[in-house]
Design a protein around this ligand. Structure first.
Ligand code: NI
Length: 280
């Protein structure tokens, strides 16, 4: 067995440090992550936040990588304005050509977040636009040979059906299901297809995910914060940040019955495997 590094290495594979929530203290936030041994993937949710993620990755080349994608929530006509993402209330229009141009940047290690979200908007037209946008991003990931960073909420049957209908354009590994919230059966189907799964702050205070986490092999599990959203215990109610991923890994280690050192190292290697470009 290889010897483990003295200081544990942590990976926050789904976080948004490029968002407006950190405009006043971004350097301090990244400094705290560095001290905690946390590297991260800054995830884009539309063109503007994908562009900002790449800029941040350029500024912190050893600690930050980027993704480019268009979040399913942005296909909704009654889209709510999330002030973390942009200062203006206008919706961005999905433009796969512009996204592809951005995604060719070598800092980009995945396509997403993309996927389906029927939780807030159950309109059939929105669902159709989400599906079309998702398929376009699956193709983009295939063209650029990058894994998918998938967001899926209340839509797993449709998501699995789309993925199963496109075996010729799924990469190996196909990608990551960000904060998996489906059933055991859905997890098994996605495992069979080669997907990895991330879990975040919610697992530190809700017990609904314990069973699925115990079922998924540790070599398919990754850790995330989804910062600035949903902080883990003991930071609940505060703005989340990448350094807090340590609390998520602590809980994963607890559920798996192994040490936090071993868990963090396994997750770090899983991230190297999925994202390819990341080498320690
Ligand atoms: Ni996110």
């Amino acid at each position: 067995m290889e010897s483990m590094p003295v200081v544990p290495r942590f990976m926050d594979v789904h976080t948004h440090p490029q968002m407006l929530a950190y405009n006043s203290d971004r350097e301090a936030v990244l400094g705290r992550a560095k001290i905690a041994g946390v590297k991260m993937i800054a995830v884009g949710t539309q063109f503007s936040t994908s562009h900002a993620a790449i800029e941040l990755a350029g500024k912190y080349p050893k600690d930050v990588w980027a993704t480019v994608g268009f979040h399913p929530a942005h296909f909704s006509v009654n889209w709510y304005h999330d002030k973390n993402e942009q200062s203006s209330p206008e919706r961005e229009i999905f433009d796969i050509v512009a996204l592809e141009d951005l995604a060719k940047n070598p800092k980009v290690v995945a396509i997403g977040e993309c996927g389906l979200d029927y939780f807030r908007d159950k309109d059939e037209g929105t669902k159709d636009r989400q599906k079309e946008g998702f398929v376009a991003q699956i193709s983009l990931a295939h063209r650029l040979k990058k894994p998918l960073m998938i967001h899926c909420r209340a839509a797993f049957p449709d998501l699995i059906q789309i993925l199963k209908s496109k075996p010729e354009i799924l990469n190996s590994p196909p990608g990551i299901i960000h904060f998996f919230s489906g059933t055991i059966d859905e997890a098994k189907k996605l495992l069979d297809m080669g997907f990895y799964f991330t879990f975040g702050g919610v697992i530190t205070f809700a017990r609904d995910y314990d069973y699925v986490i115990k079922m998924i092999p540790i070599d398919r599990i990754l850790s995330e914060t989804d910062a600035p959203y949903v902080s883990p215990v003991p930071y609940r109610g505060k703005r989340n940040e990448p350094a807090y991923v340590v609390e998520v890994v602590r809980k994963l280690a607890d559920l798996k019955g192994v040490s936090i050192e071993e868990t963090s190292e396994t997750i770090f290697r899983n991230a190297q495997n999925v994202f390819g470009l990341i080498k320690s």
